[in-house]
Design a protein around this ligand. Structure first.
Ligand SMILES: N=C(N)NC[C@@H](O)CC(=O)C(=O)O
Length: 376
């Protein structure tokens, strides 16, 4: 799945190209060094393995879910049987959701821009997409005619790549509108861990709204676990979607070892690790912003973002052309065109820089990017 120079690939194909490079600042996966607390979890993997062999998997799953959801403020998550389905990744969870949704509707409203594997997965099951601009989503009530024309409203929050978070009040209002129009409200909360503004109890708001809802949670972006992760597919009761059936078509369950590792990492996060991570990302964001200060035309469109990625607006320069130049130096960022899945040209002058990398990698990448941007 390599992107040839003249063929625009999807974002993940751009990310594939970066996977083995020394300066990979393309994907939003965590690739920084383990902290001391995280290293202790890795050192304990042999014991976790022995525990995973002995302890009943439903117990392990319940404990991992409880610890992870609590540390991110989601106290009212549904603990009843079948309401939280553990998947190999959030994209697997999304595929199960999409296949389920396509059995009951053929149209879905989706936030624009957002990471392009979401529209790609939704189109892949035959759904027609209606773009809801981020400004619209955060601005006020959605148009009743729009909500009457779709079976679902899909929102990424915090959004990727903007970091924009749906507030508690906004979520309550969106959920109320979805309840009134009998539209499923679906949230992709993959970046939730990075932004305390996304730690209010979403499940309490969703439960109290009376709407049908689905949430996709992702442990994969928080900690540098070499792709060992879980995507959780969470849903309201009586949501009318065959999630359990489609889940059983795709998998039986995830590794109890991975669940135990996630539980231990979530405990470390609760014990100061999450605050440390926030400081680490903020430091890397400052390295990028300070390192590019004063470069003509360069701005940062998401001043309030806390996500582990940073969008850089390049003025009149083409993001793809700068991406190509950086690639000559074995540095990989992400061109933002494909995030604008309905109108790619709108993202044509932006690059996205991953921040879940070592500070030295972010410094080196920023220096290189600056030299490319100021070169005559
Ligand atoms: N299934 C896919 N395509 N995974 C890539 C995705 O995790 C990367 C991502 O979300 C980001 O770079 O922001």
């Amino acid at each position: 799945p390599v992107v040839t120079d003249d063929e625009l690939g999807n974002l993940t194909q751009f990310e594939f190209l970066a996977l083995s490079s020394s300066l990979n600042l393309a994907d939003g996966h965590a690739r920084q060094d383990l902290t001391l607390g995280q290293q202790r979890v890795v050192d304990d993997l042999p014991q976790l393995w022995a525990q995973a062999v002995k302890q009943p998997v439903d117990e392990i799953e319940r404990e991992a879910i409880g610890t992870y959801f609590e540390v991110l403020g989601q106290r009212s998550y549904p603990a009843a049987e079948g309401r939280v389905l553990s998947c190999y990744s959030s994209s697997v969870a999304m595929e199960i959701f999409a296949r389920s949704l396509a059995t009951v509707t053929d149209r879905i409203a989706l936030v624009h821009p957002t990471f392009d594997n979401i529209p790609d997965i939704l189109r892949g099951v035959g759904l027609e997409l209606v773009a809801v601009e981020e400004e619209q989503l955060h601005g006020g009530d959605l148009d009743a005619a729009l909500l009457d024309s779709v079976g679902c409203l899909f929102v990424t929050t915090p959004n990727n790549p903007t970091g924009k978070v749906v507030s508690r009040e906004r979520l309550a209002r969106l959920a109320e509108q979805c309840a009134r129009h009998d539209v499923v409200l679906t949230l992709d909360t993959s970046f939730r861990g990075f932004d305390p503004a996304a730690h209010y109890d979403h499940y309490e708001v969703l439960r109290d709204s009376g709407c049908r809802w689905v949430v996709i949670e992702d442990t994969g972006k928080l900690w540098p676990t070499l792709e060992l992760k879980v995507g959780w597919l969470v849903s309201s009761e009586h949501n009318g979607l065959p999630l359990g059936k489609v889940y059983s078509d795709i998998l039986l369950g995830v590794s109890p070892l991975v669940l135990l590792m996630i539980k231990r990492l979530a405990e470390d996060a609760a014990d100061g690790g999450l605050a440390d991570l926030h400081r680490f990302i903020a430091t890397n964001r400052a390295i990028v912003r300070d390192g590019l200060a004063g470069v003509p035309g360069v701005t940062f469109p998401d001043p309030l973002s806390r996500a582990s990625v940073e969008r850089v607006h390049l003025g009149s320069r083409s993001g793809l052309a700068v991406w190509q130049e950086l690639r000559q130096h074995n540095l990989f960022a992400l061109p933002c065109g494909p995030f604008h899945w309905a109108r790619p040209e709108e993202g044509g002058n932006c690059l996205r820089i991953a921040l879940s990398r070592s500070a030295t990698a972010v410094e080196a990448a920023t220096r290189l990017l600056r030299s490319v941007l100021v070169a005559p």
